[in-house]
Design a protein. Sequence first.
Length: 390
Amino acid sequence: MSGRASITPKVLKWARESARMSLETAASKIQVSPARLKEWEEGENKPTINQAQTLAKAYKRPFALFFLPEIPSDFQPLQDFRKHDSKPLGTASLFIIREIQQKQVWLSEFNQESGETPLPFVGKYNLNDNPSAVANDILTTLEISPGNYLYSNPMKEWIGKAELNGIFISRTSFINNALLLDKNELKGFAIADIYAPFIFINSDDWTAPQLFTLVHELAHIWIAKTGISNDIDLTIEPASNVHPIEVFCNEVAAAALMPQNILANFNQSIFSNNLELFSEAKLLGVSTLALITRAYNLRVISYNKYNELKSIAHQDFNNYIQKEEAKAIEIKKKDGGPSYYRLALNKNSRLFTQIILSYFKSGIIQPTTASSLLNVKVNNFSKLESLINQ
């Protein structure tokens, strides 16, 4: 393709700025100077069609959008429940939020038009309710019994049970090789919708914080508070700049993952044996720090004991992280890590993938729509399908 693209300059500029890309970064994508790109954005010159297509791909926008006469309406930004001094959301975070919003809006509208029954647990509670009551309802609805998990990795059961109940769980740690998600910037977010609730978890973390984030986001669904979370606070006194909704959802997550009746029945000797304490935390799918914080809040242990165990918990955490990182390196060396299609399955959500493939095979949606929603070419759908039940 050759020739110049008669794009709308202000739309081109908006697309870059909404991707949180600097002139320098965007210009490097097409190997031109920032000054040249600025000329295009100010209407003093025009890019070639190939250059405009490359920019559309970099900004993750449809190429046709550049030719609109006005800046289009975009997805509404999610409410940010993070601390005021949290790291600003970068390009990767914005791209994953936009991608999940695209899937969520499409499916919600489809389900509504198809006459699907609204999910009864979305917005069932509010901030005036007892966090333990919300936690118990989550456990009852999902039919989960902490401490009696079916798998050695509780995350697998929580995701499976959530999706069985119509909650879509997406997990990834990157957009592409050049765009990685920062766990210090974005841990997760929830879109609380009665027809298609979605939860996103940043998988660039070890398993216990991911599980806590997942249950935290489930609490957002149960109180119908759509928004972005970060800085999951596991201290005995939450910082003053933590949003009340985040404090509430943390309390729900702690109560769901570490029910009071389980901790009340602990033998006190557990808190004098580092290995036993770590084993109990692992059994519940939480960190040692989360467990001793919950134990103190329930007055199972004293403040002095909590302080004594806190340094041990941090040491256990560091040792565990080192082992997990070494294990991940070995796995990658052995088989190159997870396949592209397994990563796509996790990012799309297993349930969402299953539904879209079903609609595609039944002729309910067009191949191009299915391919766009799953970010996988139609002739590779069989590779996704083969992974769904694994």
